[in-house]
Each structure stands twice: as structure tokens, then as C-alpha cells.
Design a protein around this ligand. Sequence first.
Ligand code: ATR
Length: 273
Amino acid sequence: MTGIDRYAVIGNPVAHSKSPEIHAWFALQTRQNLQYERLLAPLDGFAAIVRNFISQGGRGANVTVPFKLEAHALANVLTERARAAGAVNTLKFEADVIEGDNTDGIGLVTDIVKNAGVPIAGKKVLLLGAGGAARGVVVPLLLEKPAELVIANRTQSRAIELVRQFSNTEGNFHASDFAALASPFDIVINATSASLSADMPDIPGAVFGRNTLAYDMMYGKQATVFMQFAAQCGAVTRDGLGMLVEQAAESFLFWRGVRPDTAAVLAQLRQSL
Ligand code: ATR
């Protein structure tokens, strides 16, 4: 063993993950000596892979699809935001403690507010989707104090259930179905998995106005179908690459106590797509 601090991204699939590149750039920039690798876990073998990695000197891990709920269950300490999200994307290993955090929501908020320069405070926000990706960002969005947060899902009952789960959280938020959306929002966030299959959630174009920020949590070389539709309706569009880099920076901070500068890394990553 080299004694170098080891980190990994664990998922299935994991070959496409950009996290090793991002964290290598962060390590170089902050002069941290660490190694970051990809670990493919069998669908029924997440916990075993984590324990094996710990025994080999692993200090922390990012967790991606489909293991974020299992990571939440495996952690024996949770940060407040991981508890609120009900899912974990970052694990830290110290002695016998497996601490779980969730940096997805803060990653989204930072990319919108800081990188895109669009305040969420006082704005009308529409969140599309009611799966794990949507759930993870509800509390971080509400902490920004939007005037209103509407959570709309193709299957409305799931949106209602999601709102019910956050009934103790402060803020003006409620569930909707797609058809009832009739007026423009300041920010529309696509947290559905529709873009993965190049589908467009069946929402009315009326949700997009001239100054609407249409944000897709997905990213790719080309604009997603959601971004293309929103642009045709006059909205300003942004993909989820900045969210990816910002959630990584928060994970890096959680592990190493230093927050890397994200702008240069985001630009480099954009070029490499
Ligand atoms: P994730 O953890 O990525 O959020 P998930 O829990 O499977 O994945 O949730 C997927 C989300 O994308 C759901 O909100 C789903 O809507 P339903 O609850 O109605 O299934 C949404 N979704 C997937 N494909 C969609 C499509 N073509 N149009 C609209 N919503 C879609």
C-alpha cells in the first residue's frame, strides 16, 4: 500500500463518470495528495464494495446511480442535508464511522445562484419530477426562500407524496400535475430522468417566459430536448454540468476541509465533453 489517501466513485454503470477527472483537477489545484478511482459495484454488492475499499485504505467515496439510497442506509452518521434528502452521494470513512452527506442540492443551488447569477430568493420556481433527483434538491431550494416552489410530476400522486414528506419544512410549496401549469415561472428545473432517453416532459410551453431560466440537471455535448424546447419558448437555458462540478467541490470540502475553485474546472470539463 502506498499510504496515499484513496477516494472513489462507486456506481453501476460507472465508466462514464467524470468525477475522477474533476477530483484530479481539484487535487492538483489545492495541492492535495490523493488518488481517485472508479469502482463498479455489482447491483447486489454495494456494501461489500464499500467495506472492501475501507479495508484497503479508502478515505471517502462518491456514490452514484443506483446506490444513493443504499449509501444512506449504510452510513452510521448522516449530515442534516443527507437526512433531509433521504439519499447520500458522498461518504467519508474515519475509524469505524461511515458518515453520509448529500451535496447534490447545494451543487444545484450554487450553480444557479453563483455561476448563472440567478437569485432564487423571491422567485417563482418549478421543479419537474418526484424521484430521487427531485427529492434531493427540495430543502436546499427552500432554504433560498423562493416566493413559491411548485413540484410537478407526470404521475401527480408522487408529487403530492413528495410534498407530504416535507410538510415540516418551512416555505411556500405545493404539488401540481403537468396540465395545470399555465403561467410562466422564473426558474424551471428538470429533475426528471426524461433527458436520459431524449424525451421531453409533457409540460405546457406557457411555463417559460422571456427571462425564465430553464435548467436541466442532465448534461451532454448537445443541448437536451428540454433545453431545446425551452429555448424555442424564449427561455435562457443551462445544463447540469455546473451542478456536477459544484457537488464535487462540496464533496471535496467535506473530505479535505478545503473548497476548490470551480470556474476553471468547469471550463476544462466543458471543453472535454
Ligand atoms: P431519479 O432517482 O433519477 O429521480 P426515479 O426515481 O426513477 O429516478 O424518477 C424518475 C423521475 O423522472 C420521475 O419523476 C418520473 O416521472 P413518473 O413519476 O411519472 O414516472 C420522471 N420521468 C421519467 N421519464 C419521464 C418522461 N418521459 N416524462 C416526464 N417525466 C418523466
